[in-house]
Design a protein around this ligand. Structure first.
Ligand code: ATP
Ligand code: MG
Length: 563
């Protein structure tokens, strides 16, 4: 009985396992590995984005699930574009996401010596040769998808000659690009990656870690499997564009005779609508000054999401909802918004803030009086407690909450209409004032002292409730609203390949007011502003004297999760 139950539970679990988990479990069952190890191998040539977050959380999650280890390894074998700034930002982002790599932080450049030894081993086995063809000639000899390649005339150099030449390559005796080391595999392979691929090149480049020690550098396809094998990685998870490179990966770990050789598994990249993923595009936006850095809140780099006010939990949930797949597809940005709303809904206080103020004057309220009204911080989560909000004769309300001539079904303020001021009294609009341009500058009303919320008043009903702040006590702040950075409807790219940017992606509102309880808000703190959305104090530009809030997400959503 007990055994059956366990079997049933296990078999039910199988259904929800993704294909990578299935591969790992089979490997464990068949005894291929005595441990499980995954890694995240970023190239430090930019900041990480939401797609990388998926890879990080996937790799970290698998290590956790199977009692294994997770490494953060910088794939820094191409010195030209790599920078220490990026190394630091990547570390911070991985930590923030909660993927704890402990002391398991590695640099591929620390393995240059092993890679060099690996190359020598291949030469000694007759599996690699030094080739003098130029880059163009190598391309010509390679053939095409429909035609086999031709052997290089240097392919049959003796092992001794190859060893000598390779050492001299290393010693700097040859010009950049004049010689390469190639794996000797098969020029007629249907897979072009297997047609004697280049594995080392001569290139005088100063490396951020090894300086000028090396003038030969390994190619990615040769270096990556060695990095994995040295660390004891068992499952080397990468994205689909490497699928055709897998035979070469397998060839390298086989020829270098590693015990428990690592296995490459590919999954589909995460793409999102309405935003820009891809370091190349993000870098261009940064370099062209279109955004204010890699962490501009309109980007989906991890640092931008953090600055905008996204939480690690919301990103984890998002990535889980996306699932792991072998087919490329684009996920709706609205799903990411759904995840942050869900995460913040019960955790954050619901405060009052006016984005586009207009004065509301309560003519029958005593001049100079300030009373403090009780308000629940979050009606759905009593644990967040209560606060007090000052109320007085002059308030600010949203301009759009008053209309001189309302359309049907407009239940907010208009002459003669009564509404509830949230957490306060009923007010009835009596008149309004316009300036010479016809712009309404003041709305006047009277209040009914009997209608105080929270005093047990349950009398007559009104259809509209609006929010407000007390004009004198409110704190002036700056609020930034965001829209998609690219115009998805018309296509992300213009015909010339440049990004089709949305000119309204950023709106800066300088004349906003928040209730005084927000005066103490610290960079990174986030709140709901009732009826407006979730907002986060900007970590870069906000100061004590000039608070800056970023809108994380509005409250409205078109996105529904099928339950
Ligand atoms: P980009 O294409 O955005 O420039 P990249 O692949 O060049 O990214 P790397 O630093 O080489 O960036 O990637 C580190 C790891 O992150 C790799 O294993 C890569 O497959 C994975 N990765 C990159 N982009 C995505 C994505 N959109 N979705 C999932 N994983 C990704
Ligand atoms: Mg890359």
């Amino acid at each position: 009985m007990e055994e059956n139950k366990e079997l049933l539970e296990n078999s039910e679990e199988v259904v929800s396992k993704n294909f990578i988990e299935q591969i790992i479990e089979k490997d464990i069952e068949e005894g291929h590995y005595d441990h499980i190890m995954t890694r995240f191998p970023p190239e430090p040539n930019g900041y990480l984005h939401i797609g990388h977050a998926k890879s990080i959380l996937l790799n970290y999650g698998l290590a956790q699930k199977y009692g294994g280890k997770f490494n953060l390894r910088f794939d820094d074998t191409n010195p030209t574009k790599e920078k220490t700034e990026f190394v630091n930002s990547i570390k911070a982002d991985v930590e923030w996401l909660g993927a704890d790599f402990e002391d398991r932080l590695y640099f591929a450049s620390d393995y240059f010596e092993y890679m060099y030894e690996g190359a020598i081993k291949l030469i000694k086995k007759g599996k690699a040769f030094v080739c003098d063809l130029s880059a163009d000639e190598i391309r010509e000899y390679r053939g095409s998808l429909t035609e086999p390649g031709k052997n290089s005339p240097y392919r049959d150099r003796s092992i001794e000659e190859n060893l000598d030449l390779f050492e001299r390559m290393k010693n700097g005796e040859f010009e950049d690009g004049s010689k390469v080391l190639r794996a000797k595999i098969d020029m007629s392979s249907p897979n072009i990656n297997m047609r004697d691929p280049v594995i080392y090149r001569v290139a005088r480049m100063t490396h951020h870690n090894t300086g000028d020690k090396w003038c030969i550098y390994p190619m990615y396809d040769f270096a990556h499997p060695i990095e994995d094998a040295i660390e004891g990685v068992t499952h080397s998870i990468c994205t689909l564009e490497f699928e055709d490179h897998r035979p070469l990966y397998d060839w390298v770990v086989k020829e270098l005779e590693y015990d428990q050789p690592p296995k490459q598994i590919e999954f589909a990249k995460l793409y999102l609508t309405n935003v820009v993923t891809g370091k190349r595009y993000i870098k261009k936006l940064v370099d062209d000054g279109i955004v204010d850095g890699w962490d501009d809140p309109r980007l989906v780099t991890i640092s931008a999401l953090r600055r905008r006010g996204f939480t690690p939990e919301s990103i984890k949930n998002f990535v889980e909802l996306c699932g792991v797949s072998k087919a490329n597809s684009s996920v709706d940005y609205a799903m990411l918004e759904y995840c942050i709303r869900e995460d913040l809904k019960l955790k954050k206080s619901r405060m009052m803030a006016i984005l586009d103020p207009i004065k509301l004057i309560i003519d029958n309220y005593e001049d100079g009086k300030v009373e403090y009204l009780d308000a629940d911080n979050n009606l759905e989560n009593p644990e967040l407690g209560k606060r007090q909000i000052p109320f007085s004769k002059e308030l600010y309300i949203e301009r759009e909450d008053f209309m001189e001539e309302p359309p049907k079904k407009y239940f907010r303020l208009f002459p003669g209409n009564e509404v509830r001021l949230m957490n306060a009294y009923f007010v009835k609009c009596t008149s309004f004032v316009k300036d010479e341009n016809g712009v309404v500058t003041e709305v006047h009303c009277t209040y009914d002292p009997e209608t105080k919320s929270g005093s047990g008043f349950e009398g007559r009903k009104v259809k509209g409730t609006i929010h407000w702040v007390s004009a004198k006590e409110a704190v002036p702040v700056e609020i930034r609203l965001y829209e998609n950075i690219v115009d998805e409807e018309k296509g992300k790219l213009n015909e010339d390949g440049t990004l089709n940017l949305n000119p309204n992606s950023l709106t800066v509102l300088k004349n906003c007011y928040v209730e005084p309880n927000l005066a103490q808000a610290k960079p990174g703190d986030s709140f709901q502003f009732v009826r407006q959305g979730f907002f986060c104090v900007d970590t870069k530009d906000s100061t004590e004297d000039n608070l800056v809030f970023n809108r994380i997400v509005s409250l409205k959503s078109s996105f529904k999760i099928a339950k």
